[in-house]
Design a protein around this ligand. Structure first.
Ligand code: PMP
Length: 370
């Protein structure tokens, strides 16, 4: 039996491969999920919904209360005018990304993606029949996707751009002018700009800007996994220009029908409930980031100070060797080339692990003979 070429060409995520190597005593710094518990009021809301028997299909787009709450959130926090009719509740940001790319990419269309970047971008573009064009995010630019660099990659076949700030795997955060510049390019060249804002709240001393406040050509993607430690709920959302919503909905509807009913209730509770646990989580992430960066620099490893997300992306001559040696000491890291060709020469540490485990891991890395 022969699989489709466009699927065959996709690698299974390098991060997943690292998971297979996790031993019982390993410290796993390969994980892209918060180590915190989902706040209790969110879990209580699910119990309540379950007891009320809220266990059936919902509208394909998602329950109206949640889409109304999201519409307010987008207006108040992101300066995006998005009516509930232009919002689709999805199975995580992953579902939002998949439905979006499949709705508008034609065979052979080019989509510019950040490199190093989140592994799903290249995969979703390829599954949709498109071709991804990597935009090199450089250490010296703090891994920002610069509008001038992007311009050089645009061809007559370019259909879309994917941006991600704060970014995985680098922790890079775009400045206001970068975001404005990218939005202008989308307008000038009539391109769709997909903005993955899943780490918007996990940001240190910088401000998050959404390109949809500057351009109508934007699909904004977000989710609850990171901000509220809700990875297992599989709940996210998107808002798109009106002329694309219906087609995105077709893909969403014929793949998942609707997001899980109980997870939608959980998401509503997350939006409407207290936000202090989010602030506490971010402040703990910042403490860990500072410690990890300082320890790595003390070891002579070059490492940018990331301004968002929960990853550091240091550079080193032979990251494969480091990752292998670290594994022998039961510390699981991810080699940078798992995130694209320009991730070469780097490795990723997720600091979504306890301070204590991170300190232990730094001790073990320090003891390596490289
Ligand atoms: N975008 C980025 C940049 C991510 O890092 C992740 C998760 N690792 C996702 C999207 C997917 O998140 P979700 O759990 O909402 O599908």
């Amino acid at each position: 039996m022969k699989p489709a070429e466009r699927v065959k060409s996709i690698d299974l995520s390098g991060i997943r491969k690292m998971f297979d190597m996790v031993g019982e005593n390993s410290i796993n710094l390969a994980l892209g999920e918060p180590d915190f518990d989902t706040p209790i009021h969110i879990r209580e809301a699910v119990k309540e919904a379950l007891d009320e028997g809220f266990t059936h299909y919902t509208s394909n787009m998602g329950i109206i209360e949640l889409r109304e709450a999201l519409s307010h959130k987008l207006k108040n926090e992101n300066h995006i005018e998005a009516s509930p009719e232009s919002i689709i509740v999805t199975t995580g940001a992953s579902g939002a990304l998949y439905s979006s790319t499949n709705a508008f990419i034609e065979e052979g269309d080019e989509v510019i993606i950040p490199d190093p970047g989140f592994v799903a971008y290249d995969a979703c573009v390829k599954i949709s029949g498109g071709k991804s064009v990597p935009a090199h995010l450089k250490d010296e630019n703090d891994f920002r996707l610069l509008p001038e660099d992007l311009l050089e990659l645009i061809t007559p076949r370019t259909k879309a751009i994917i941006m991600n700030s704060p970014g995985n795997p680098t922790g890079g955060v775009l400045e206001k002018d970068d975001v404005k510049g990218l939005a202008d390019i989308a307008d000038d060249h009539d391109l769709i700009l997909i903005s993955d804002e899943i780490y918007e709240k996990i940001i240190y001393g910088k401000k998050h800007y959404s390109p949809a406040r500057y351009s109508d050509n934007v699909i904004t993607i977000n989710g609850f996994s990171k901000t509220y430690a809700m990875t297992g709920f599989r709940i996210g959302y998107l808002t798109a220009p009106p002329e694309l919503v219906e087609d995105i909905l077709k893909v969403h509807q014929y793949t998942v029908t609707c997001a899980t009913s109980l997870s939608q209730k959980a998401a509503l509770a997350a939006l409407q409930g207290p936000q202090d646990e989010v602030r506490e989580m971010v402040s703990e992430f910042k403490r860990r980031r500072n410690m990890v960066v300082e320890r790595l620099r003390d070891m002579g490893i070059k490492c940018n100070l990331p301004h968002g997300a929960f990853y550091v992306f240091p550079s080193i001559e032979n990251p494969e060797k480091l990752v292998e040696k670290a594994l022998e000491k039961d510390v699981v890291l991810v080699p940078g080339n798992s995130f694209g060709k320009y991730g070469e020469g780097h490795f990723r540490i997720s600091y979504a692990a306890s301070f204590h485990d991170l300190e232990k891991s730094m001790d073990r890395l320090e003891s390596l003979d490289l």
